[in-house]
Design a protein around this ligand. Structure first.
Ligand SMILES: [Mg+2]
Length: 315
């Protein structure tokens, strides 16, 4: 086992993992809808296509990535692709278009690298948020290894989303979590991450401007630039975990995915103790898909513990 980890770091790591799943579940009923009026924001777990509090593909793919990281280090994209493909074949109620297109072929036995190379040729501009939404387990597993952090953040993206914006978005989000876990304040953590990760222009400009955007200016679509923009805006224009998530999921559109991303960031910023109990109690989801086993907040918190301890021998 590792030497005793700093309890504050553990609390932030649990906050990151549980926060991502809670943002996903809170956004689930708001996905595809319009932005909610400011005087009628959703602040509770309510039912949508799934029962209230249920997490979706954003969390399921993150759990698959986490289990791959716990099984094999450094991250092995072949192992990850196998796990993603097995999940996709279990008929998830929610799956992204780009993700589904790639994983169906991987499940039929085609090497992921071949599928992705072809995907890049056919859809060179495809830059969905499907790898950003699930990237946080790398930040926890690499909490003390900044070099591996960027490489593995990009690598987990490449298995389904190889556009440079997708790789850079995962690197920036995870670098931000890295600095938040160390106790930097949100604005400082974002600046530190931006100094480490060079986003392609004009994506970089979008993210620099996100802090001063007005709510009406945000599209919150499935484009990776829009999702990271919303998440940064939510983190920077609020000062509690709850308000960060409420502000972002109520943008509608790709509410669950933006919720997952801001949840990971805000959870790392404010810690597990700052996550409202009523949301912790409501969170649930089947994992692995089709197994009948139900994961709750405690299971995800325990997974975060294992991920931050996973960098030492004998885990
Ligand atoms: Mg989803």
């Amino acid at each position: 086992m590792t030497p005793a980890l700093d309890p504050t770091l553990l609390d932030r790591a649990r906050g990151c993992a549980v926060g991502a799943a809670i943002g996903d579940a809170l956004g689930m009923p708001l996905e595809f809808g319009p932005a909610r009026p400011l005087d009628d924001l959703v602040r509770e777990m309510v039912p949508g296509r799934l029962p209230a509090g249920t997490f979706t593909d954003d969390t399921e793919m993150a759990l698959a990535l986490a289990e791959s990281l716990l099984h094999l280090r450094p991250l092995d994209p072949d192992d990850l692709a196998r796990r993603f493909a097995a999940w996709a074949m279990a008929d998830p109620p929610d799956i992204g278009i780009q993700t589904s297109r790639v994983l169906r072929r991987v499940a039929r036995g085609e090497p992921w690298a071949t599928v992705i190379a072809e995907e890049q040729r056919r859809h060179p501009d495809a830059a969905g948020n499907g790898s950003l939404m699930r990237c946080w387990p790398v930040a926890l597993a690499c909490w003390d290894r900044p070099d591996d952090l960027l490489r593995e953040s990009a690598r987990q993206s490449q298995v389904t989303h190889s556009h440079e914006d997708c790789l850079a978005a995962c690197e920036l989000a995870n670098a931000t979590i890295y600095y938040l876990l160390r106790g930097e304040a949100p604005g400082q953590a974002l600046d530190s991450a931006a100094a480490l990760v060079r986003l392609p222009e004009p994506f970089a400009q979008t993210i620099r401007a996100a802090r001063s955007r007005r709510r009406e200016e945000l599209s919150n679509s499935g484009w990776v630039r829009h999702t990271l923009e919303s998440a940064v805006w939510g983190l920077m224009t609020t000062d509690t975990f709850e308000d960060a998530l409420v502000s972002v999921v109520n943008l509608g559109r790709d509410a669950d995915t933006a919720g997952a991303v801001v949840g990971a960031l805000a959870g790392a910023a404010y810690g597990y103790a700052a996550v409202p109990d009523r949301w912790k109690v409501a969170l649930r989801g089947e994992w692995p898909l089709g197994s009948g086993a139900i994961w709750t907040t405690d299971d995800i918190a325990h997974l975060a513990d294992r991920l931050v301890g996973s960098t030492s021998e004998g885990r």
